[in-house]
Ligand binder design. Sequence first.
Ligand SMILES: NC(=O)C1=CN([C@@H]2O[C@H](COP(=O)(O)OP(=O)(O)OC[C@H]3O[C@@H](n4cnc5c(N)ncnc54)[C@H](OP(=O)(O)O)[C@@H]3O)[C@@H](O)[C@H]2O)C=CC1
Ligand SMILES: O=CC(=O)O
Length: 289
Amino acid sequence: MEVGFLGLGIMGKAMSMNLLKNGFKVTVWNRTLSKCNELVEFGASIGETPAQVVKKCKLTIAMLSDPAAALSVVFDKDGVLEQTGSGKGYIDMSTVDPETSSKICQAITSKGGAFLEAPVSGSKQPAETGQLVILAAGDKGLYEESIPAFDVLGKKSFFLGQVGNGAKMKLVINMIMGSVMNAFSEGLVLSERSGLNPHDLLDVLDLGAIANPMFKGKGPAMLKSNYSPAFPLKHQQKDMRLALALGDENAVSMPVAAAANESFKKARSMGLGDLDFSAVHEILKMTKD
Ligand SMILES: NC(=O)C1=CN([C@@H]2O[C@H](COP(=O)(O)OP(=O)(O)OC[C@H]3O[C@@H](n4cnc5c(N)ncnc54)[C@H](OP(=O)(O)O)[C@@H]3O)[C@@H](O)[C@H]2O)C=CC1
Ligand SMILES: O=CC(=O)O
């Protein structure tokens, strides 16, 4: 099966590599084209523009930073829209808001193409090991055609109905994740400042009702102030912002998420946006009497 892949950041690189290792023919494009070279060593071809990739491939996947990037790759000159049409499928796996996804869907389908949004839950390591959770919505036929690729990329795929539902599900999940990360950081700081050993806190947490892979995976690194990026903080703050907008639209009060968003914004303003989102810990560590 031949697949196009647009966007070779932390996630896109790991996902396209996985497709290559599992026998897919992959044509890649990235805004910074030099990032394609590593994939070429593993057998990928390069498309010079998103339009060229779509022209060559029946199925094209995108994994881009945010709504602006997702729109630009579709609508700008040499973009996806120039070559989509009947028989072409476009799957956007970026985390965006439902409005962005719907705008892209409308443009693609009005040219006869098929569209699926399919954001993912799971970070760099699950992307490398094909353990993502795929939250698809949109064209059911395209979803079914894409299952061989989704089976390589993820451990489970959900089809959630109409376009927008995948984006909403992803935003709700990441809103919870961002809020929990803030509470976790506060707990680490409180344990240390009140004279406890925070490593003991990690051990106790891991045995109780709120044990989770995020505490286990990120806690020890956070205690060493190691924030090597798996999920960049700037993207987590984007997700909080988009989730809060979804809350506005639906008149859902979210004071916990709003406070967490403020911490992520502060971290961004201090230049921590490219670090892992756990770097919000640095902001919470700064609070003193
Ligand atoms: N990292 C993670 O753990 C997870 C991330 N996500 C989501 O997946 C998406 C990608 O994340 P991730 O790989 O971490 O992000 P990165 O920041 O590592 O990569 C972003 C990608 O988007 C491209 N890009 C940015 N702006 C534009 C633009 N204007 N036009 C074209 N391309 C652009 C970048 O190109 P260039 O190389 O040229 O800068 C790069 O390929 C995001 O929506 C994120 O929220 C979802 C689940 C987990
Ligand atoms: O979006 C990030 C993730 O870990 O999922």
